[in-house]
Design a protein around this ligand. Structure first.
Ligand SMILES: NC(=O)c1ccc[n+]([C@@H]2O[C@H](COP(=O)([O-])OP(=O)(O)OC[C@H]3O[C@@H](n4cnc5c(N)ncnc54)[C@H](OP(=O)(O)O)[C@@H]3O)[C@@H](O)[C@H]2O)c1
Length: 305
């Protein structure tokens, strides 16, 4: 089976590429810049085909997916810039990819979305994610939507930053009271889920929600990190309005430490919906957060490039 992974060089995408290569798929990693050409699977070095394409340019999508049996959309946009909006990336471009996939006779499309995606949300980001799911299904009715909780692992933007800050700051500011419930999931488990959705016989399910093994309030997560790395910060509540104002400034930095959409996501619980199929239904036992913190520690706390 040939799979084109849009966003195949990203945090999640590169793990998906690795899993698929490991399972013997032919893989094409699609992104605007090519990087990380070789991946080591066991002792054997394998490389995906690397193709440059921009999902925002309709004409570049067709050649990038030509000959593929399956397509994965793991493209992201976390900060809007000018006319590069969440709507354009997560709705219009995602639907363009879906309709190109249908026209090309692709059998399976896996669309990565986020838990909480809601077309009626007041948040531009969350709304675009919800509208995107609908738009993709309109273009490719059998799309499998995989909504993920916040993903963690070496090189992530969330836990790595938290570990670094918890180590650094004697007084730690929480999002609001720190009461938001989160279910961080190891990125490798999400990649494994995608590979199973492609490898296994088609299930009669079109939406999966994947989360980690534990639900923690934000302040409990900070305490868990502090305990694991052996520090004792004082946790101080900080209003969401103050975070949103700071995020406006932070978004001017080349690599923003946090963004308005992340603050919006932190305002509401981000956990899987009861009864929705997820990792257990795919036969995956999710990795515990403590193990992931140790993995991040072991890599010398790198931040995402
Ligand atoms: N990270 C999380 O915690 C999390 C949680 C829930 C859901 N998700 C979702 O998971 C998906 C992957 O997220 P991620 O964190 O892995 O993203 P990421 O690390 O930012 O990677 C994004 C990938 O998309 C490519 N890309 C960006 N713009 C593109 C364009 N115009 N055309 C083609 N390729 C483009 C990037 O490569 P180039 O820049 O070279 O093009 C890169 O390969 C997204 O849908 C995200 O919303 C992520």
């Amino acid at each position: 089976m040939k799979v084109a992974v849009f966003g195949g060089t990203g945090f999640l995408g590169q793990r998906i590429v690795e899993r698929l290569l490991d399972k013997g798929f032919e893989v094409r990693a699609v992104s605007r810049q090519t990087r990380r050409a070789i991946t080591t699977v066991g002792s054997e070095a394998k490389a995906p085909e690397q193709v440059k394409a921009d999902i925002l340019e309709r004409s570049s999508i067709g050649p990038a997916i030509a000959g593929s049996d399956a397509v994965v959309n793991a493209v992201s946009l976390y900060v809007e810039h000018g006319d590069l909006t969440f709507e354009r990336m997560h709705v219009t471009a995602a639907a363009d990819l879906a309709s190109a996939a249908r026209q090309a006779g692709v059998e399976r499309l896996v669309h990565i979305s986020g838990i909480g995606a809601d077309p009626r949300s007041a948040s531009r980001y969350i709304k675009a994610r919800g509208r995107g799911e609908d738009a993709v299904r309109n273009s490719f009715p059998d799309t499998i939507v995989l909504r993920s909780a916040v993903m963690i692992g070496p090189g992530d933007a969330f836990l790595t930053t938290l570990v670094r800050l918890v180590r650094l700051l004697p007084v730690y500011p929480l999002f609001g009271q720190g009461a938001t419930r989160l279910q961080p999931v190891y990125v490798g488990d999400v990649a494994e889920a995608v590979s199973r959705l492609l490898a296994d016989p088609i299930q009669d399910v079109s939406t999966f929600e994947v989360g980690g093994p534990r639900i923690l309030r934000y302040r409990e997560l900070v305490r868990e990190i502090a305990r694991t790395i052996g520090v004792h910060p004082i946790l101080v509540p900080m209003p969401f309005a103050a975070w949103s104002a700071l995020a406006v400034v932070a978004e001017f930095l080349p690599t923003p430490p946090f963004t308005r959409n992340q603050v919006d996501l932190m305002r509401q619980d981000n956990v899987t919906t009861a009864g929705m199929p997820g990792l257990p239904e795919l036969g995956i036992e999710p990795r515990d957060i403590e193990q992931v913190i140790r993995m991040i520690e072991g890599t010398g706390i790198k931040t995402r490039a």
